[in-house]
Design a protein around this ligand. Structure first.
Ligand SMILES: Cc1cc2nc3c(=O)[nH]c(=O)nc-3n(C[C@H](O)[C@H](O)[C@H](O)COP(=O)(O)OP(=O)(O)OC[C@H]3O[C@@H](n4cnc5c(N)ncnc54)[C@H](O)[C@@H]3O)c2cc1C
Length: 249
């Protein structure tokens, strides 16, 4: 958000129901994603365990097609109920037009996701809970709970979308599930440890930018613009934000 704040109303969805119907889960958009992860793991429903530790609500997770560790919520969504400004509608998975960190909801910002039905699989509760706990441990090291950050600042790159001459420069071991972490590109241009004011690029992860004290949104945007320009100059490809801006012109 801009340093001057945001001039407008902010809606917060407070519906909180989770209902199981066999291996299908009907969940309200206002439910915290972590609550849903814990709920499903504890009941032996497989599919969300890798998304443990992602902050935010289920509605936002569907909106941004949230995911981690090779999986995203689009793999589970059967249907989404939403208000389009006039009426309540429902669309199926194909209708959501999911792509990496994208959905039809991102292009229709007035639509409000009321809830979703997720098609999950039967699994072992103890094994799922253990897997989720292991991932949470790793995440807590990367993003210590007290760190003031927005998660990943930039989207990763899809290997298939890269110009061949750029793809050829990427070591095979860096490619994960067809994606190349933007952190790899950022490391090549010296992003780690970069600092403007109190805005700092982590020295252990080039796609993690945090506020180390009294950082400002203005300084954050300076860092983001600098990194985008470095990647453009070195690789000729556009680095795209995963974060969104509020309150800027
Ligand atoms: C430390 C950290 C780690 C993160 N790690 C990951 C990760 O591993 N993977 C990942 O995918 N994301 C990750 N994120 C991003 C984060 O999880 C998303 O920003 C999250 O989905 C935001 O949820 P929120 O409820 O706070 O939504 P908000 O920040 O309030 O909103 C985010 C956007 O979603 C829209 N939105 C929210 N609810 C609804 C709704 N009901 N209907 C329609 N639109 C809605 C808002 O309008 C807004 O545009 C991380 C963030 C942090 C801070």
């Amino acid at each position: 958000m801009a340093d001057a704040g945001f001039s407008g109303a902010v809606l917060r969805l407070v519906n909180r129901e989770i209902r199981m119907e066999g291996t299908t889960v009907h969940v309200d958009g206002g439910v915290t994603l972590q609550t849903l992860v814990d709920f499903t793991c504890a009941r032996g429903l497989q599919g969300l365990e890798t998304m443990t530790g992602i902050p935010g609500s289920v509605g936002a997770a569907v909106y941004g097609n949230a995911g981690a560790y090779g999986h995203s919520i689009q793999e589970l969504v059967g249907a989404v109920r939403f208000h389009d400004g006039r009426t309540v509608r429902e669309i199926d998975n194909a209708g959501c037009e999911f792509q990496y960190r994208e959905s039809i909801f991102k292009r229709n910002k007035a639509w409000i996701i009321i809830g979703a039905s997720l098609n999950m699989q039967a699994g072992d509760a103890a094994a799922l809970t253990e897997k989720a706990a292991g991932i949470l441990d790793i995440r807590n090291k990367k993003y210590p709970p007290t760190m003031k950050c927005a998660g990943s600042i930039f989207k990763n790159f899809l290997l298939a979308n890269l110009p061949p001459e750029v793809a050829a420069q990427v070591p095979v071991k860096v490619v994960i599930e067809g994606k190349i972490p933007s952190a790899w590109f950022l490391e090549q241009v010296g992003a780690k440890g970069l600092r403007v004011g109190d805005i700092q690029v982590a020295d252990y992860h080039a796609n993690l930018i945090y506020n180390d004290g009294a950082g400002t949104a203005r300084d954050l945007r300076i860092v983001i613009a600098d990194l985008k320009e470095r990647i453009r100059r070195r690789f000729g490809i556009p680095l795209e934000e995963e974060v969104q801006y509020i309150g800027f012109e």
